[in-house]
Write a protein that binds this ligand. Structure first.
Ligand code: AKB
Length: 332
């Protein structure tokens, strides 16, 4: 008997991860089987023209219900979230979107008998009391940002739905994600993306964290692989559900700038820390992701050198062709 096709919905599909995850899922499961949703931002022509798209508001349950029923959705990748920097500027909005959004997605999943849900967490779940190096899977979770608070509460809520209702919810604690398609919006790790665009376009960058700030990071192809692999993993092997540590590399802002200088020798990076320094300082230097490796075979492909080569090749080509769509932004 033919395996029934998944009917997938993605929230936050216009965002940094969502935009690329939508295309990866459409490639894997068929364009018509992947519904992209967003809040207000218009989707790119690629996203809009390659499959279905709807506007929803994750903090309004009825808007989720409507599209879930219309498209007969059985699987959700819930990507919409307010990130750490914007979350500190607007903690109320952060709570509303992240907490009510997660709760509404979980409730919609139960009420519509869904088979599997992906809800990512983040290194923001950790805090200053967490061990900084090789941060363990099981550790102290006392974040000091609203974003972090919603991520810890989200992990706990997901685990509750697994145990209490038998819902298959999975997720990983993403580190900073670096990519060239869609810019991240309002996170603390955004400097590690902006630096590449500005190195190519302006040959200089003013970084909003100190040179010695070290954080765990991951290149987009590995980020997509983590989501796809975890969602395909054999459930009998999983001891964890929504809180897997995953990482690919760790580097300081200074090491990142030095790696870029190997390709663009004239590149100058200056450092003017803003309020995001304190957030970065409260997050780990590096993560222990052995649970993800053991339980579902997690293995990243890109390190700092391979990622930098790829990022600069793509962005330089775009710049030469006059297609590098990037403007310097002021502080959040
Ligand atoms: C942020 O910086 O807020 C995000 C994250 C690490 O979750 N990129």
């Amino acid at each position: 008997m033919a395996k029934e096709m998944k009917k997938i919905m993605i929230t936050g599909s216009v965002g940094q991860i969502g935009s690329e995850l939508t295309m990866a899922l459409r490639e894997k499961y068929g364009n018509d089987n992947v519904l992209a949703t967003g809040h207000r931002t218009q989707p790119s022509p690629e996203l809009r023209d390659s499959g279905p798209f709807e506007f929803i508001n994750v903090s309004k349950r009825e808007t989720i219900e409507e599209v879930v029923k219309k498209y007969n959705i059985d699987t959700i990748y819930h990507l919409s979230a307010i990130l750490s920097g914007v979350g500190e500027k607007n903690p109320k909005l952060c709570w509303d979107v992240n907490m009510n959004g997660t709760y509404n997605i979980l409730e919609a999943a139960i009420d519509n008998d869904m088979t599997r849900i992906f809800i990512p967490s983040s290194i923001a779940a950790f805090g200053p009391e967490t061990p900084l190096d090789n941060t363990p899977q099981e550790t102290i979770l006392r974040p000091k940002t609203m974003y972090g608070v919603t991520k810890v509460a989200g992990e706990l809520l997901c685990d509750y739905y697994v145990k209490r209702f038998g819902l298959d919810v999975r997720g990983c604690r993403y580190p900073g994600i670096i990519s060239y398609e869609t810019l991240p919006g309002g996170g603390t790790t955004d400097y590690a993306v902006a630096i590449y665009f500005e190195a190519v376009k302006y040959k200089n960058y003013t970084c909003f964290v100190r040179e010695d700030t070290r954080l765990p990071m991951m290149y987009m192809p590995d980020c997509l692989k983590a989501a796809l692999d975890l969602m395909e993993a054999d459930s009998s092997r999983l001891k964890h559900y929504s809180d897997f540590n995953v990482t690919a590399m760790s580097f300081s802002a200074g090491e990142l700038a030095a790696e870029i200088r190997k390709h663009i020798p004239e590149f100058v990076c200056e450092y003017e820390p803003d309020f995001r320094q304190e957030i970065a300082d409260s997050w780990p230097n590096s993560l222990d992701d052995s649970a993800a490796r053991e339980e579902w075979g997690w293995e990243p492909s890109y390190d700092l050198a391979a990622m930098t080569k790829d990022m600069l090749e793509v962005l330089s080509k775009r710049h030469q062709e006059g297609k590098l769509d990037y403007e310097r932004t002021k502080s959040l």
